[in-house]
Design a protein around this ligand. Sequence first.
Ligand code: SF4
Length: 238
Amino acid sequence: MADILEMTSSDISPARDDILENLGIPSGQELSSTVEELITEALGLFDRTCSPRAIYAPVTVSEFSGIYHGEGLNDQKTPLGDMYEQAREIVLFALTIGKEITEKISGLFLDDNLALAGVLDATASAGAETAADRVEAHYWDREISAELKKNAPDIYRFAPGYCGWHITGQKKLFRFLDPGKIGITLLPSYMMSPLKSLSGAIIVTEKSSTFGNAYNVCKQCVTHWCRTRKKIFQEYGG
Ligand code: SF4
C-alpha cells in the first residue's frame, strides 16, 4: 500500500553548492554580487512557491521484476538489473515540488527574465533532488528494521531514463504507484507533469557495489552519482 509524505519548502531547501553545480559554476568560485542576489531571490521564490509531496510504496522482488522489465527496452546488463534480486527492501517513489514553482519558472522565461528563470530552474532541480533524499531518509527512519540497520546496508536510488533503466519503465511504475494521487501525471513522452517531479526505486541492499566497467552505461557515465550516495544519505540522517 502506498503512503504519502507531505514536506515543507524548508525541508527540501537545496544546498547552495547544488544550485551552483546545476548552473555549471564550480564550488568555491567567487560570485559577482549580481549572481549572489539572483540566488537569494530564487531561494525566496522557491520557499514561497514550492509544495513538495511524495508517494512511496514497498514492493516485493517479484513485483519489482515486472515493473523493472517494463516494455522490454532496458540495457541488457544494468546495475539495477543485477542488484534488485538480492535487495532487502525495494521502494517505489514519486515526488513533486508542485505546479506553482514550475509555472513561475515558465512565466519568468516568457517575460524574458532569463537570468532569474535560469537560477530558479537550477534551484528547483536541486530542491527536487533534496526532496528525494528526504524520502529515502524518511523510509529509512520509519520502515527499516533495527536488525537490518545494524548490518549497515547500502541504499541506492535509480530512476527510469538513467543507469540503463529505459524511460518507458515509467509506464509500469506509474500503474503500480498511481502518483496521480499527489497530482503527478505521466505525459506520452514519459516526462512527468509538473516538470519538477522525480520517480524511481530505492534499493536497500547488503551487497555493496561501485559499478565499474562491468556495465556499458557506467563506462559512459559522466556523473557517477551512485558513488556519492552514501555521503548524501548520511547528511540527511541515514
Ligand atoms: S556509474 Fe553512473 S550509470 Fe553507473 S550506476 Fe552509477 S550513476 Fe548509474
